[in-house]
Design a protein. Structure first.
Length: 184
């Protein structure tokens, strides 16, 4: 079983949204996937309660481990926890504060393969675009700022269940992130 963690020391960087959408990408690529919502807010579990996600979401790690090809963990923004997973996806925004916080906090992640992800990039903002391009040239994956992400979550699903405008481009981005995670 491949274990993927979504973790960042920063809050509000899109960990839950990315975790849900990458889980949906795995499901739509014919993988049995389970998402463990490790954040005390349990936002992923709340979305799952809308009954539109095609995979299971648990509050924490289930007592009885279900059979799955991929286990995804959605962690809170803390550095004082053990991070489960073979691969750790580290979302951040394209700003100096996030970049510095992530670089300082990475010392807490030991013996894990990392996939940095610059999330919600607004390409209309010059400084943000330039920072994102610099991080991308250093190997980070990019996800554009698209309203379809919040609209699909608001409807209780992922971009893979949505047919709204922008879903096709978002699915392509998430599939590219999913491929990078599998290759890590």
């Amino acid at each position: 079983m491949k274990k993927i963690a979504f973790w960042s020391p920063k809050g509000g960087v899109g960990k839950t949204t990315l975790a849900i959408n990458v889980a949906a990408a795995a499901y739509h690529n014919r993988k049995k996937v389970v998402l463990c919502d490790m954040d005390p807010q349990h936002s992923a579990a709340d979305i799952f309660n809308d009954k539109k996600l095609p995979f299971s979401v648990f509050k924490g790690v289930p007592d009885v481990m279900p059979h799955a090809d991929i286990m995804i963990y959605d962690f809170p923004p803390r550095v004082d926890i053990d991070i489960e997973g073979d691969v750790v996806v580290v979302p951040m925004r394209a700003c100096i504060i996030d970049m510095r916080a992530v670089n300082k906090a990475l010392r807490h992640v030991h013996n894990k393969r990392l996939v940095k992800c610059v999330n919600a990039v607004d390409v209309r903002r010059h400084d943000e675009r330039m920072m994102a391009m610099k991080l991308h040239s250093d190997g980070a994956r990019l996800i554009k700022d698209r309203s379809i992400y919040s609209r699909s979550i608001a409807q209780g699903g992922s971009v893979f269940e949505s047919q709204l405008y922008g879903a096709k481009d978002a699915r392509r981005e998430i599939n590219m992130l999913y491929a990078a995670i599998l290759a890590a």
